[in-house]
Structure formats: structure tokens, C-alpha cells
Design a protein around this ligand. Structure first.
Ligand code: NAD
Ligand code: IPM
Ligand code: MN
Length: 367
């Protein structure tokens, strides 16, 4: 029996369409080989949507997303939109999309690939073996808190969290830790902020329900230091929206490039999948962007929405394999014997490696 999955694809701006083309190449191949039928709709969001319909998140895009099983986003934003009023900016469209889908737990894994560690500004012995899952709360905090205002001489935002908002994302943290090394680190600024005191008290109180998970707490400033001093000290991190935004870009240094990081947002009506990086206007249109973060995002989609665990593992293994073989986009470290490849060639290499893994398993089972 073939299963049909509805996917809305939002390529967005800058390198968004470039990396999404490669991610979709891999996804379609996996779906074909596994007998999954994908019903794909492509819609505008961000700057392209502003150009087409004067809105960064048009109604038709929202409707398509809400009718889907999953949404795959590239990236939004660009210099030409930076002077628009806040409610008209591409980034506002992204925040509206996240709100509409309702996912509050943004899972951002950061993994050190052995063959890339020589290229990290961090020493290989520091990064090697690091495998961190950052869970960023995505619908609260300073991004959405009211009141917020800007006048000519004063401006303010509000970092606001309710007890249930903290509990639900903390639970995801404990549950994800259970599937890994059973260690959860909650990051806050409880020595200064009331909102962080509530955060810390709430996470600490939940720990009693997860006696098999070891919980510790760090202040965000110290956590930023520990992340690059000793990334292996972390297993799962749970933190509020802005702290998670900043720490996940910092964690990119452990992996070798911001272009490597994937994300999945769960807990809502429709799951949202997006690489962590932005539209990278400095390299857009050149065919040199790293598509591996977007492709790893497809692995998360296979795992969390389609329930294809093995195929998700295959995509991740294919990424490692292609890196081990020495293929590198321009952002990645190139040691002796490494070969510089374009965005498209990197996508094609991963696609071929995944297809080979799946075909080999199928023929093994057929014997
Ligand atoms: P960025 O993530 O776009 O780029 C930061 C740096 O990383 C740049 O030097 C860029 O070239 C590099 N980089 C990022 N992704 C890469 C990839 N896949 N391959 C190779 N190199 C890559 O962040 P920025 O420059 O601060 O922001 C640019 C625009 O993107 C802004 O408009 C910002 O608001 C937006 N943005 C969007 C998202 C999103 O849509 N999810 C995320 C972050 C930033
Ligand atoms: C991210 C981005 C977004 C965020 C921006 C573009 C709104 O930086 O997804 O990390 O801050 O959440
Ligand atoms: Mn960010």
C-alpha cells in the first residue's frame, strides 16, 4: 500500500531555493525507493512573497501549510528588505509561519564530524565526539512578548513565559534526553531575570517525573563558554527562544559550518523543518551554498513525520560518507585530497549514496 504525505515547500530567499532543491532531490529519491507518495506544493514566503503579494506570509501559503503533514522551509530575508517596517519584513513572515503551525520545540542537533574537525577554529580534541541536541523554545520569550514598542527615544521588548509554556518544552527536553545519554541541561539567566527563575523552578520540579534523566542548570553566559570549551559535557540542552537562537549558531562552530545544521519543530499541529542558517546574501546565486543542513533537515522529516527511522539514518550516514570521501562545499575545511564541489554536486553525491544504501538493503531482504 502506498502512503500519501502532503508536504508544503517554502524555498524562500537567497540560498533558500538552492539548498531546498538539493534537499528535495534526496527526499524524492528516498520516497520513491520506499513507495511513499509525496504530494508537494510550493508556496512563497518571506521576500519573494512580499514581491508577489505585499505580504511576507500570504493567506494562501498559510492555508497550504495548515493542510499539510509537514512544511519544509529554506530561509528568508535579504538586504533589500532590511529597511521595511517590522510587520512587513521577511523575518516577520517566518515568525507568523511558526505561530500558525504551533510547534514550540525546535530541535537543533549539532554533531561533530571527525573529518571536519581539523577545520574547526576549535581544536579537534575539543570537538571530537561532540553530539548535542539543542531544544530551543520557539513560540515565546522576547520574540513574541507583549508589550513591545519602539519610539524615537525609547524601545522595549518583553521576555514572558507562562508555566505551561515552560513545562511543555521542558518535557520534550526530558523525553529527548531519555532517547540519548539521559542528560539534560537547562540554560537560563535565573541569577538576574524573574522569567528565568520561573523557568528554572519549573524545569527542576519536573525532574522528579524523570528520575532516570540527570538534570543540571547553567546560566546562559557560562553555557556559551562551556559550549566551546567542552562541548562533550552536553547531551540535550533546553532553553528559551533567544538564548537558543544564539547558542545554536555558536554550536555550528563545533560542526564546522552553519551550513551543516538542521532543525525540526515539533509539538504543533504541523511539523516544520528548516535548516538553522539564513538566506546568506553574501553567497546567494553563486551555486556554492552548503546543502547538507537542508539535507539533514530532510532526515529529521523522514524520522519525525514519515516514521522512516532507517531511511533517516541512511540520509545521515550518506552525509558522513560523502564528507569522508573528501567532498566539500566552499564553507567547509578542505584538507589534503579534498575536492571542492558545488551545491548541486554535493546534493547529487548524497542522493547517490542514500540510493545505494536503500537499494542494497532492499536486495538483501529480497534474497
Ligand atoms: P546567515 O545564516 O544567512 O549567514 C551567516 C554566515 O554563514 C554567512 O557568511 C553565510 O554565507 C554563511 N552561511 C549560512 N548558511 C550557509 C550555507 N548553507 N552554506 C555556506 N555558508 C553559509 O545569517 P545572516 O547573514 O546573519 O542573515 C542573512 C539573512 O538571513 C537575514 O535577512 C536574516 O534575517 C536571515 N535569516 C533567516 C533565517 C531563516 O530563514 N531561518 C535564519 C537566520 C537568518
Ligand atoms: C533562526 C533565525 C530566525 C530566528 C530569524 C530569521 C527570525 O535566526 O531561525 O535561527 O531568530 O528565529
Ligand atoms: Mn538564528
Amino acid at each position: 500500500m502506498r502512503t500519501k504525505t502532503k508536504l508544503t515547500v517554502l524555498p524562500g530567499d537567497g540560498i533558500g531555493p538552492e539548498v531546498i532543491t538539493q534537499a528535495m532531490r534526496v527526499l524524492r529519491t528516498v520516497a520513491d525507493l520506499c513507495g511513499y507518495e509525496l504530494e508537494v506544493r510550493e508556496c512563497p514566503v518571506g521576500g519573494v512573497a512580499i514581491k508577489q503579494s505585499q505580504s511576507p506570509f500570504p493567506r494562501a501559503t498559510m492555508d497550504a501549510c495548515l493542510e499539510s503533514d509537514a512544511v519544509l522551509l529554506g530561509a528568508v530575508g535579504g538586504l533589500e528588505y532590511d529597511t521595511l517596517p517590522r510587520n512587513m519584513r521577511p523575518e516577520t513572515g517566518l515568525l507568523q509561519l511558526r505561530t500558525a503551525l504551533g510547534g514550540y520545540a525546535n530541535l537543533r542537533p549539532a554533531i561533530s564530524y571527525p573529518c571536519l574537525s581539523a577545520g574547526s577554529p576549535l581544536r579537534a580534541e575539543v570537538t571530537q565526539g561532540a553530539n548535542i541536541l539543542i531544544i530551543r523554545e520557539l513560540l515565546g520569550g522576547l520574540y513574541f512578548g507583549e508589550p513591545r514598542q519602539k519610539t524615537d527615544d525609547v524601545a522595549f521588548n518583553t521576555m514572558r513565559y507562562t508555566l505551561p509554556e515552560i513545562q511543555r518544552v521542558a518535557r520534550i527536553g526530558f523525553e529527548q534526553a531519555r532517547k540519548r545519554k539521559r542528560k539534560l541541561t537547562s540554560i537560563d539567566k535565573a541569577n538576574v531575570l524573574e522569567v528565568s527563575q520561573l523557568w528554572r523552578d519549573t524545569v527542576a520540579a519536573l525532574a522528579a517525573e524523570y528520575p532516570d534523566v540527570t538534570l543540571d542548570h547553567l546560566y546562559v553566559d557560562a553555557a556559551a563558554m562551556h559550549l566551546v570549551m567542552n562541548p562533550r559535557r552536553f547531551d540535550v540542552i533546553v532553553t528559551e527562544n533567544l538564548f537558543g537562537d544564539i547558542l545554536s549558531d555558536e554550536a555550528a562552530v563545533i560542526t564546522g559550518s552553519l551550513g551543516m545544521l538542521a532543525s525540526a519543530t515539533i509539538g504543533g499541529q504541523v511539523a516544520l523543518y528548516e535548516p538553522v542558517h539564513g538566506s546568506a546574501p553574501d553567497i546567494a546565486g553563486k551555486g556554492i551554498a552548503n546543502p547538507l543542513g537542508a539535507i539533514a533537515t530532510v532526515a529529521m522529516l523522514l524520522r519525525h513525520t514519515l516514521g522512516l527511522q532507517q531511511e533517516a539514518d541512511d540520509v545521515e550516514a550518506a552525509i558522513s560518507q560523502v564528507l569522508e570521501q573528501g567532498y566539500r562545499t566552499a564553507d567547509l575545511h578542505r584538507g589534503a585530497g579534498a575536492q571542492l564541489v558545488s551545491t548541486t554536486e554535493m546534493g547529487e553525491r548524497v542522493e547517490a549514496a542514500v540510493a545505494e544504501k536503500i537499494n542494497r538493503r532492499h536486495s538483501y531482504h529480497a534474497v
